[in-house]
Design a protein around this ligand. Structure first.
Ligand code: AMP
Ligand code: ZN
Ligand code: FE
Ligand code: FE
Length: 284
């Protein structure tokens, strides 16, 4: 059985490869299936799915929703979504609007800080897909205001930094609801970004999310330490959650990270896709 990557970004959000390109790249790398999981949008999925069909490669329609959470950040993945579901499309439309309102404000703040940048330049870098902070980081880098992506976030763009502008987020409960309504299997992405300092805190949060429709945990992830992986596995087993994995490949900001293998050691077996499919056919 082959290997898969269930967390990937394309130009529909803040990745650098188009959906077709990433599908061809995954096949060329010898993977057996991928999920395209762009932030807050399914705009890349029609193209990705049809390219998969064309070249004979399995593409799972997915998404990654940023949900309201503190102190860290909570991202929820949805797999096997019905991309034409009206509620899903209505909710995502709302997020697009919130983003479109936020983005020019980031440009304004940067201008006030003395950065010579126009929103048009950011649009150009985004290549026509949804605009996100990584595109601002790219322009800051191109114009020599920072020496790295990380520096752009640290100095300007991250929460609490001077050019940060908040945007509307659905609660986890709301996001889990519309993912499930669209027949998606909801999975908590990279639990190590939640900012939960104690195991019991994470466990309580998980219990709550499971009640609200969570079906799995992203256990395998390049930024998870071995002890985090072990911890998430234990929790997944305890609460009957599926264990997924993916690289979160964007193609820009993370040097040395590649699709399928992460920094070299990740191997996500195809059996996880079968588990997701079985879960989906049990519930719908
Ligand atoms: P947005 O959805 O436009 O607010 O942008 C969020 C995206 O920016 C995340 O999904 C990451 O890809 C990227 N990002 C957020 N924080 C950082 C950071 N500290 N360093 C690098 N990339 C980041
Ligand atoms: Zn991203
Ligand atoms: Fe994420
Ligand atoms: Fe991601």
């Amino acid at each position: 059985m082959g290997y898969v990557d269930l967390h990937l970004h394309t130009t529909a959000s803040d990745g650098v490869m188009s959906p077709s390109e990433i599908v061809r790249y995954a096949k060329a790398k010898g993977l057996q299936a991928i999920a395209i999981t762009d932030h807050d949008t399914i705009e890349g999925l029609e193209e990705g799915l049809s390219e998969g069909k064309r070249i004979g490669f399995e593409v799972i329609p997915g998404i990654e929703i940023s949900a309201g959470h503190s102190p860290g950040s909570m991202h929820l993945l949805g797999f096997f979504l019905d991309i034409y579901h009206p509620l899903l499309n209505e909710r995502l439309g709302y997020l697009q609007k919130a983003r479109a309102e936020r983005n020019p404000k980031i440009a304004e703040k940067l201008n006030q800080l003395g950065v010579d940048l126009t929103f048009d330049e950011v649009l150009k870098v985004s290549g026509g897909g949804q605009v996100g902070r990584p595109h601002f980081a790219q322009v800051l880098l191109d114009k020599g205001y920072v020496r790295s992506f990380q520096e752009a976030f640290e100095r300007f763009l991250k929460k609490g930094a001077p050019a940060y502008v908040d945007k509307f987020r659905f609660t986890a409960k709301e996001a889990l609801h519309f993912i499930s309504e669209a027949r998606g299997i909801a999975v908590l992405a990279h639990p190590n970004t939640l900012g939960m300092s104690r195991y019991s805190e994470l466990e309580n949060l998980l219990l709550q999310l499971v009640e609200e429709g969570l079906r799995g945990l992203e256990v395998y992830y390049p930024e998870h330490s071995a002890s985090e992986v072990a911890q998430y596995k234990t929790l997944a087993e305890r609460y009957g959650l599926l264990m997924t994995g993916g690289t979160d490949y964007h193609g820009i900001e993370k040097n040395g990270l590649d699709i399928g293998v992460g920094r070299g050691t990740m191997r996500i077996p195809y059996s996880i896709v079968e588990d997701l499919k079985a879960a989906r056919s049990r519930s719908f």
